[in-house]
Design a protein around this ligand. Structure first.
Ligand code: SF4
Ligand code: SF4
Length: 453
């Protein structure tokens, strides 16, 4: 059994994502390259054993020197493990919890297998459940399909209703992809008005491929009889047809921000907006836009620990927690270098960029484009990130000033309304859509955006 003493030079806290059923999933989302990771563990039953669960919980709690620890489950699809597995996890947390240690449980799911038993369990143990939804039915069902190719919207909504009925705290995780990229406001309004969501997170879909793999990649990542299988790795500088466009990603976020900043500050939490406001004060809550990263490792079902959930590939395996304590693995120079490379590999364009303190070049996994000067290593999303951070900066600055003066950031909304009153309603909308303000974000009809519009 690895030593119980945390390594001195390990980070005091980190956010580990555990994959108890590996990358195995019960549906076949076309953009999910994690499905290809099954190829890393062939001929294996991808289920975390009791011994690995025990080692994981014990080492996680031993490793933390912060008052709060998050036990985060994701997949693949973690509901493929039975509820009893997680009952055991909760019992182990009680067994190994240090005096005064606060433990939060989070659980990311596609929602298909949720039932009364799951939801009662989540409620009893105060889990925060992330539900994957890509928008209203026609957008969600484009890529989030089962193995027969049928949309999963109805089953996800069934899971959502059960979560609500049991009073489980939930957030929405929405991918931004080629199908929904032009419908930011409609997607957001659906979550806010139809699902009653108060916490929303957006994740861009960027599936890289090479000239050799693009054809297969465009078909999806699951193993198919008679087809050669591709293991997704962070290589290649072309993207699948399902991937979000760089500028479109920024426009999607701006579309939502313009709605949020007029109506929902303080009542709906959009992760990137919160994170950006914090970054105005030099605090970085999300690895993607922090100067350095490396504190979000991923644990596979068999105890293998990787640098990050996006780098579950052979070159980024730190070791196995049955052989080496998790805190020792987190203290490895390779992991520190992984995190610092995020800062040290910024292109000249990023280093000169006005919004660099907010953006910090984005996630290294997405840095496969060329900068304006032709330097490799520019973020594929740069045009969209620049648009989002530049566009939202004046309102973010107002909110930061309000906050510094002891007032809630929500007080920005009356300021926005006063500005809007002075605006010609037939002038182009501030979101950049090209539509007249009155018929775009200036509309007084709540929930006015439609997918077709
Ligand atoms: S590689 Fe990207 S997702 Fe992984 S820890 Fe770094 S910034 Fe976060
Ligand atoms: S907006 Fe583009 S240039 Fe600026 S820091 Fe982000 S990725 Fe770099």
């Amino acid at each position: 059994m690895p030593a119980a003493v945390p390594a001195d030079n390990a980070p005091p806290g980190f956010h580990l994502l555990a994959k108890p059923s590996g990358s195995t999933c019960n549906i076949d989302c076309q953009y999910c390259f994690f499905l290809s990771k099954e190829a890393l563990y062939p001929n294996d039953r991808h289920r975390m054993s009791e011994a690995t669960l025990d080692a994981y919980i014990r080492q996680l709690l031993e490793s933390h020197r912060t008052p709060q620890v998050t036990v985060a489950w994701q997949g693949g699809e973690p509901t493929l493990m039975r509820v009893d597995f997680f009952r055991q996890a909760v019992a182990l947390v009680e067994k190994y919890r240090k005096p005064g240690q606060i433990v939060k449980h989070t659980f990311q799911t596609n929602g298909l297998l949720l039932d009364d038993e799951w939801c009662a369990f989540f409620k009893e143990h105060d889990f925060l459940v992330g539900l994957s939804v890509d928008g209203p039915r026609e957008l969600h069902d484009t890529y989030r399909v089962d193995r027969q190719g049928n949309g999963t919207f109805d089953l996800v909504m069934r899971g959502w209703r059960l979560l609500r009925e049991h009073g489980v705290e939930f957030n929405i995780l929405c991918t931004v992809n080629a199908a929904n990229q032009a419908h930011g406001r409609a997607v957001y309004q659906f979550f806010r008005d139809e699902l009653g969501a108060r916490w929303i997170q957006f994740i861009p879909i960027i599936e890289r491929a090479t000239e050799q793999t693009i054809q297969l990649a465009n078909l999806g990542w699951r193993e198919r009889p008679g087809h050669q299988r591709v293991l997704y790795t962070q290589s290649g500088n072309i993207v699948t047809q399902r991937s979000v466009g760089p500028r479109q990603y920024g426009q999607f976020l701006v579309d939502i921000f313009e709605e949020w900043v007029r109506h929902d500050v303080g009542s709906v939490y959009v992760q990137l907006f919160d994170v950006t406001l914090e970054a105005m004060f030099g605090r970085h809550l999300l690895c993607i836009h922090a100067p350095v990263c490396g504190q979000g490792p991923a644990l596979e079902y068999n105890g293998d620990l990787y640098s990050c959930d996006h780098f579950v590939e052979p070159g980024y395996k730190l070791g196995n927690i049955h052989e080496t304590h998790m805190s020792t693995l987190m203290a490895l120079p390779a992991q520190r270098e992984f995190g610092e490379a995020k800062r040290d590999s910024l292109t000249q364009q990023c280093q000169r960029c006005e919004v660099r303190p907010l953006c910090n070049g984005g996630c290294p996994k997405d840095r496969f484009a060329l900068s304006r000067e032709g330097e490799p290593g520019q973020n594929y999303l740069c045009a969209g990130l620049e648009l989002f951070f530049t566009h939202t900066r004046p309102a973010m600055q107002k909110m930061a000033r309000l906050f510094s003066a002891g007032r809630p950031p929500a007080d920005v909304m009356p300021l926005m309304k006063a500005d809007d009153k002075r605006r010609d309603p037939y002038s182009p909308c501030s979101c950049g859509s090209g539509r007249k303000f009155r018929f775009c974000h200036g509309s007084t009809v709540r929930g006015a955006a439609a997918v077709a519009g």
